[in-house]
Design a protein around this ligand. Structure first.
Ligand SMILES: [Zn+2]
Length: 207
């Protein structure tokens, strides 16, 4: 969000949808452990593309005529775990990556955004509800809220926690959308919650 959207009339492609995968305690973990080298990160991205979930998403995107590898994904130095923007594709913030599992998560999360961007008719990232829906799906379907990852972040596993986690992380991302106020983000997440949490395309159910 540091790009400074001077003009509200900025092209839709300028709106960034950033992952929030490391914006909580994981970021602290990353800095204390030290990020992996750029070289390891790039080879980690390559292995992540062979992750079964990433491969499945790729196949589904190709079937739908979406642009995919290799131009879609790039290694970068940035402020979050990763991001996706229309026309720009996916970036992995290597300076925040410490483990292969984190790279896998970021790539799967951002691939869901790329899938939505390609498959959803008239996808508009300036629209808080559209963005909220894609974040709910990305956080749900990527396993970002798997209890093992939540434990690493210091959140306790409690009944219903997976949905709380998806909602919390979706809300954080939508709040960072320059076109969505905090109140608008909250309303949007609530408004589309049931439809988008239950929309597991292209999976039969959440992997
Ligand atoms: Zn996201």
């Amino acid at each position: 969000m540091a790009e400074g959207h001077a003009a509200a009339a900025a092209a839709e492609a300028d709106v960034r949808v950033e992952a929030e995968s490391s914006s909580q305690s994981q970021q602290g973990v990353a800095s204390s452990r030290g990020a992996m080298s750029q070289e390891d990160c790039v080879s980690g991205i390559r292995s992540a593309l062979n992750h079964p979930t990433a491969r499945f998403l790729r196949e589904q995107m190709e079937k739908s005529g979406c642009q995919v590898w290799p131009r879609l994904i790039r290694a970068a130095t940035c402020n979050s775990a990763g991001g996706y923007a229309s026309q720009e594709g996916i970036k992995v913030c290597c300076n925040h990556m410490t483990l292969q599992d984190e790279i896998n998560q970021v790539i799967i999360h951002e691939l869901i955004h790329a899938y939505d961007d390609c498959v959803t008719k008239n996808m508009n990232w300036k629209n808080c509800a559209h963005h909220a829906c894609s974040e709910i799906r990305a956080n749900h379907l990527s396993g970002d809220c798997h209890y093992k990852r939540e434990l690493l972040r210091g959140f306790m596993k409690i009944r219903g926690h997976e949905q709380d986690c998806v909602k919390r992380r979706a809300l954080m991302s939508v709040k960072n959308n320059p076109y969505c106020s905090e109140a608008a983000a909250k309303d949007a997440v609530e408004a589309v919650w049931h439809i988008c949490y239950n929309d597991t395309r292209p999976f039969d159910r959440a992997p």
